[in-house]
Design a protein around this ligand. Sequence first.
Ligand SMILES: Cc1cc2nc3c(=O)[nH]c(=O)nc-3n(C[C@H](O)[C@H](O)[C@H](O)COP(=O)(O)OP(=O)(O)OC[C@H]3O[C@@H](n4cnc5c(N)ncnc54)[C@H](O)[C@@H]3O)c2cc1C
Ligand SMILES: Cc1cc2nc3c(=O)[nH]c(=O)nc-3n(C[C@H](O)[C@H](O)[C@H](O)COP(=O)(O)O)c2cc1C
Length: 633
Amino acid sequence: MGCVFSLPEDKRDVAERAPSTRETSFIEKMKKTGKNIIVFYGSQTGTAEEFANRLAKDAQRYGMKGMAADPEEYSMGELSRLSEIPNALAIFCMATYGEGDPTDNAQDFYDWLQENDDEDLSGLNFTVFALGNKTYEHYNAMGKYVDKRLEDLGAKRIFDLGLGDDDGNLEEDFISWREQFWPAVCEHFGVEASGDESSIRQYELKVHTDLNMNKVYTGEIGRLKSFEVQKPPFDSKNPFLATVTVNRRLNKGGDRHLMHLELDITGSKIRYESGDHVAVFPTNDSALVNKLGEVLGVDLDVVISLNNLDEESNKKHPFPCPTTYRTALTHYLDITNPPRTNVLYELAQYASDPKDQENMRKMASSSPEGKSLYQNWVLDACRNILAILEDMPSLKPPIDHLCELLPRLQARYYSIASSSKVHPNSIHICAVVVEYQTKTGRVNKGVATSWLKNKLVNGHKSTVPMYIRKSQFRLPFKASNPVIMIGPGTGIAPFMGFIQERGWLKQQGKEVGETVMFFGCRHKNEDYIYQEELEDAEKNKVLTQLNVAFSRDQEHKVYVQHHLKKSKEPIWKLIHSENAHIYICGDARNMAKDVQLAFYEIAEEVGGMTRTQATDYVKKLMTKGRYSQDVWS
Ligand SMILES: Cc1cc2nc3c(=O)[nH]c(=O)nc-3n(C[C@H](O)[C@H](O)[C@H](O)COP(=O)(O)OP(=O)(O)OC[C@H]3O[C@@H](n4cnc5c(N)ncnc54)[C@H](O)[C@@H]3O)c2cc1C
Ligand SMILES: Cc1cc2nc3c(=O)[nH]c(=O)nc-3n(C[C@H](O)[C@H](O)[C@H](O)COP(=O)(O)O)c2cc1C
């Protein structure tokens, strides 16, 4: 077993005690703990939070003291008071979502920034690192907004806005920005880097030998035993355990596995609307967890806590504690994504081969050689932590340090494929199983989709921890408005809900406008999913037009955008004269862009517009909520 030690008695109480009232004044907290750098994060899936933690930790290397902070937990109105602390700096790591929107935890901060024109932030030193993805229309909108708005309110930018692109290499963008950023901070405050590059632990291990097992977390996301005694309301911190009642393969052929699942939410008081997302907390593959235990040579069933050494921190543990290593690696930690460079840097000290040590440190540097090594050896080869440990046999980190460094396993989102009007007690999911071979010959499996695929129906262990995330992807308020839906592959998911809802409205005697569907798949006989349902909807006149593009059934590829162009006249009439709402769902990288381009071309060819007019036209539709996208990459 790796380095095992325990907290002194007097520290135990503090580490285990839940904070009775949370400190909402970050100024008081910084003063009390001698911090001068605060790193706020707007994060949905943990990346910005990870970057914030890394920056807060970095501060120590430059003779400063930093803390990461969730803006939702603090009074952001105190920003103007940061000048009360000498050499103080606020860093913002801000991710963008939706249509250039803030993350849930940054929503209040965003509203506050928007509403307070008279705020005087002239004493505030700040810098922003934005996290986004170029495939989205509003690239890094949130980071750009915060950067500009703080300046408008009088704050002093001490280093240029950093832009991270998750479609490229976000990690590289971050480390390149950070490498320039810290020297600028040192220069600004007239301090010198301490040169201390040693590893700094944030959590201390405590091994429990005689703990009542009723007090040990077994995979709960929030409250201990919350999976045994379920109490509404259910949300991201208190998910509902829904039973899988249907789990069937949708495609008739081909080597992929497209699946339809139904989750029973009876008695949960959960409400949803067509277009919402269901978030699912998956479980890592037990074979991977066991292999990690073997490679590390540890007993995974030891009960432990990792306690924050900073007793003032709001985050007492990196994941719910006390728990076992097995539970942490199964339910709480991300063991399948390629580790980020800071993880490699910190682990390097445990490699006994100097060459391995050197390579790991190099990969964490911003040298061209290091960057290319990380890109090739880790990212392009899709090496997860297990593959790294296997391919670097001299690397033997203590498991507690590894557990401290690995990021949290994140919930996966799925566009709900049902309407609550028709299915008030169940939520449908349409998903494709992720499985691919890496350059090293390993087969990597998607965490959530592989786990969902193997879910038994109605049996013991057939539950899924889930909650609903509201979206803005909504059918028009007036059912008589026409809708144009474009969703190839699993992008059909929300439209199954829309079609059910339009059918239900029709049954209620409502006037329902034209409902046009563009679906796409590879082969008619292979992956034309929901064929029966779609053709029935067409027969019942719920779908007034069903267009299906079979991309590989002929020599040249045919996609949804080609069908869209073929129907350009009636489509233009629906949009321009009949107030149609357009919906696009599925792949963000190619499909959503190609479809948008097709709409530009339709506006040019039928509407007689120039390209500039056409792009403005589509932009206006977006602003009016008549061009909505639910896309992911
Ligand atoms: C708002 C939203 C709605 C969504 N709706 C749906 C939906 O309705 N249906 C649906 O199926 N999905 C949907 N997704 C995607 C879904 O959330 C998951 O990302 C997806 O199911 C994969 O999860 P996983 O845990 O199985 O895979 P993970 O373990 O997360 O692995 C996926 C990762 O593996 C890597 N990868 C995948 N294929 C390859 C390859 N060939 N080569 C190299 N690397 C590869 C990529 O890095 C990818 O990000 C949605 C996503 C969002 C954000
Ligand atoms: C559903 C979804 C919507 C997104 N929307 C945008 C967007 O509008 N603009 C953008 O630049 N990035 C967008 N992104 C990319 C994220 O901002 C990026 O992946 C970021 O690294 C996530 O950080 P987080 O893990 O801290 O939440 C989106 C990502 C997802 C999954």
